[in-house]
Design a protein around this ligand. Structure first.
Ligand code: NAI
Ligand code: MG
Length: 477
């Protein structure tokens, strides 16, 4: 079985330890590879490589146009490995093959997009008085540490890395222990093939509470980016606070779609297919709640139940599969426990509700009707293919229910009335609002949370601010 290595200072290496982590295909529970496991010496080596490359100014002093060209080469190399890399990613994550391949294309899009910002990192001139010229410079932080989740290992990594790189930072990436393979191999190969100077981008593999914690605590890591659970996000913010360094945190969600009586219900169903059953519901901005007006709720529930019960369950690499497994045995049990808690609390599973018998970590596409706002399945991030349907009567009630969780990552409105859509978009406490179709964004649209879903923004021009610090220069004439 193949052993996968860290990529440090432009070389693949076993690192300091003989310990490895077994990576499993969630579709059948079988081992597909071993990855080396970073200890503090390896984290130190990666950070040292990043710091040396930063101090060499190889990226900082590169002409903006040259930095852009290098980023476009990375994009091309990512597209070139999308087939092979996608296959490995499909096997380690469980997702649909087409979606796994697309992660590399999406990653390429981030590098293309941010390549266009390398020559637009403009400061200001500030009037002080006629004897002073005052201006600002936007400068990178130095070493940027990125902690990556397992649900979109390549997309999430490229999202923060392309931005950090465009701004001139050197990076150390800690892959998720459940999905390190495609990153340590194909992604790192794309970086290497593009001719990125050694040390500018380093990839380490290891456990969160060890390699991840060592990275966030490292004195030479000047900025941190994290995507994942709220609990781990808070741990990372504490680590950042201990050293007074900034952190970008994109955390969980419990996002609600409000369905008004005039909505096109088929659009809600199409959105549910991608929004909660796509990727087996393991998406931070999943459409995990539907808040439907009582006049159309039963009709909608029937359509959603029909979708859920006809969706084709199967491995990501089998033609025709629609619902793929969740990531691990632990995760499928967690989803099962949530489902049980919903039933015990009085919600009705009108479709699904149980684990799929047989190999792998499949969970049925599940729709809960009669969910009340205070139930656990209406409040907590399940991270599985489980949709909770809640009912409202007055419009204010719908907003109150939608805003009534600790999260605020995304929200949705389904209506044919544009005034109602914009008014509702204004009242929802969430970082991105989808009207009449879930997931309307692109690499160019700012993404991030309100409330416990985090702060700062990824994607778009907005995100680059997190990777730059402002220097003011005053010249006495
Ligand atoms: P997690 O948030 O603990 O892990 C995400 C990343 O953080 C991984 O790379 C992990 O190695 C790293 N990490 C963990 N502890 C760390 C620490 N102390 N210091 C530095 N890095 C650390 O998520 P986990 O345990 O994989 O999944 C648990 C739940 O989190 C899921 O069931 C889901 O509800 C949620 N989750 C949400 C995601 C989102 O995009 N909103 C993504 C992944 C998980
Ligand atoms: Mg964890």
């Amino acid at each position: 079985m193949e052993k996968y290595q860290h990529y440090i200072n432009g070389k693949w290496t076993d690192g300091s330890s003989k310990e490895t982590i077994s990576v499993v295909n969630p579709a059948n529970g079988k081992d597909i590879g071993q990855v080396v496991c970073a200890k503090s010496d390896d984290v130190n080596a990666a950070v040292e490589a990043a710091l040396n490359s930063y101090k060499s100014r190889v990226l900082v002093d590169m002409l903006p146009m040259e930095r852009a060209k290098l980023m476009r080469s990375i994009a091309n190399e990512l597209r070139a490995v999308s087939k092979e890399g996608g296959k490995l990613l499909c096997h380690e994550n469980g997702k649909l093959l087409a979606n796994a391949e697309y992660e590399f294309v999406d990653g390429a899009n981030y590098f293309d997009y941010y390549s266009g910002m390398t020559d637009k990192l403009e400061g200001n001139t500030i009037p002080v008085n006629n004897k002073v010229v005052d201006y600002t410079l936007l400068e990178p932080y130095g070493v940027s540490g990125h902690i990556i989740p397992w649900n979109f290992p390549i997309s999430m990594l490229a999202r923060s890395l392309a931005c950090a790189f465009a701004a001139g930072n050197s990076t150390v990436i800690k892959t998720a222990e459940l999905t390190p393979l495609a990153t340590a191999s194909f992604f790192a190969k794309a970086i290497d093939n593009a001719g990125v100077p050694p040390g500018l981008i380093n990839v380490i593999c290891g456990h969160g509470n060890e390699a991840g914690a060592n990275l966030t605590a490292h004195k030479d890591v000047a900025q941190i980016t994290f995507t994942g659970s709220v609990a781990t996000g808070k741990t990372i913010l504490h680590a950042a606070a201990d050293r007074a360094v900034p952190a970008v945190v994109e955390l969980g969600g419990k996002s609600a779609a409000i369905v008004y009586p005039d909505a096109d219900l088929d659009k809600v169903v199409t959105s549910a297919k991608a929004g909660i059953f796509g990727q087996a519901g393991q998406i931070c901005s999943a459409m995990s709640r539907v808040v439907a007006h009582k006049s159309i709720k039963n009709e909608l529930v029937e359509k959603l139940a029909n979708l859920a019960s006809t969706i084709k369950v199967g491995p990501g690499d089998v033609e025709g599969s629609e619902l793929t497994p969740v990531i691990s045995e632990e995760q499928v049990q967690k989803v099962e426990n949530y489902s049980r808690s919903g039933q015990q609390a009085g919600a009705e599973a009108v479709a699904g509700g149980k684990r799929v018998e047989g190999d792998g970590y499949f969970f049925e596409a599940t729709v809960f009707d009669n969910v009340k706002p205070d139930m656990t399945i209406a409040q907590e991030e399940i991270f599985g293919p489980v949709l909770s349907v809640l009912e409202y009567d007055e419009p204010e009630e719908a907003i109150e229910i939608a805003n009534g969780t600790e999260f605020g990552l995304a929200g949705g409105v389904f209506t044919r009335d544009l005034d109602k859509a914009t008014e509702t978009a204004g009242k929802l406490e969430a970082g991105q609002i989808y009207v009449n179709s879930w997931f309307t964004g692109s690499v160019a649209t700012p993404f991030g949370g309100y409330k416990q879903s985090g702060y700062s923004r990824e994607k778009g021009q907005e995100a680059i601010k997190s990777y730059l610090q402002v220097k003011n220069v005053g010249i006495q004439l």
